[in-house]
Design a protein around this ligand. Structure first.
Ligand SMILES: [Fe+2]
Length: 289
């Protein structure tokens, strides 16, 4: 797969319950919505009516939290089939989930937990992504999670790990810029090096979000505005990767919809400014030549 296999949806918002009525009633100006797949895996009722109403007016992508692609438990094939059925009905531009595990031994830990960055883990996850993609009949995107602990067994960087998995499974990457920043602080790695190393052709979407600062560590709480350092990292990504669809995630202390839409517009402006700068730089280089 390559990014051009997917549409450029523009700058959108992660749809949350607090804004269902506002979105349905006022059809705010925003390019697209990312929906949490599990919220709509129901037999009927209000949730599916909301999904239908939103889908009638906006492009959407489906983002899941339960695939547990990194676990050693068997893949939940019922869940994957439900995901496929939901996708057949609502035709999302793509389906994504996290490069993590959420449970083991049949127990759900309700958290997105990191993997050891080893060749063995790459082989394990790649085989499972391929199985999921066979059932879904499409490539998926995998998202980098934020983390607070690392495995002593890891033999490579996180960016080498996710890049190798995406290449071998032939899937896309959902780059969460805030998660890179949070993990870079917590593990003392260089966030810029991460952006510079990820294969450009596989980056199909960004997440932008806020976190909370606990002094010794950052916590990925999605309850604050996007901070200046994350905007700077996004700008670096925008210059390197070109036009990539983005959404704003906010899950706690959720503001009025207008603030989310303004944040999405800021992402658009930063991208537009970065291309304008590149154009001017190219023009002046031509002039000198
Ligand atoms: Fe995210």
């Amino acid at each position: 797969m390559k990014r051009s296999d997917f549409p450029m949806l523009g700058y959108g918002v992660g749809l949350r319950r607090q804004h269902y009525s506002h979105v349905l009633e006022t059809r705010p100006r925003v390019d697209w919505f990312e929906v949490i797949s599990e919220n709509f895996m129901v037999a009927g009722g209000r949730a599916l009516e909301v999904f239908e109403g939103v889908r009638a007016n906006y492009p959407i992508a489906m983002h899941g939290v339960s695939m547990s692609i990194g676990s050693t438990d068997p893949l939940n094939r019922d869940y994957i089939r439900q995901l496929r059925d939901l996708a057949r009905r609502f035709e999302p531009a793509w389906i994504s989930d996290h490069l993590c595990w959420t449970g083991v031994g049949g127990r759900n830990l309700h958290d997105l937990l990191p993997l050891p960055y080893t060749e063995e883990a790459i082989g394990h996850v790649v085989a499972r992504i391929r199985e999921v993609q066979d059932v879904l009949e499409r490539p998926i995107l995998i998202e980098n999670v934020s983390s607070y602990m690392a495995f002593a067994d890891s033999t490579m960087t996180e960016w080498d790990f996710i890049s190798a998995i995406a290449a071998e499974a032939d899937c896309g990457i959902l780059l969460d810029v805030n998660n890179i920043f949070v993990s870079a602080f917590n593990h003392r790695f260089d966030a810029n090096a991460y952006i510079d190393a990820v294969p450009a052709e596989r980056v199909v979407q960004y997440h932008l979000a806020g976190h909370s600062d606990h002094g010794t560590h950052l916590l990925d709480t999605h309850d604050h505005p996007v901070c200046d350092e994350v905007w700077a990292l996004y700008e670096r990504a925008a210059r390197r990767f070109g036009a990539v669809s983005a959404i704003v995630e906010w899950d706690d202390n959720i503001p009025e919809f207008a603030e989310l839409a303004e944040t999405a517009d800021r992402a658009r402006m930063i991208f537009n400014d970065s291309t304008e700068e590149s154009r001017k730089a190219a023009l002046s280089a031509d002039h000198r030549a």
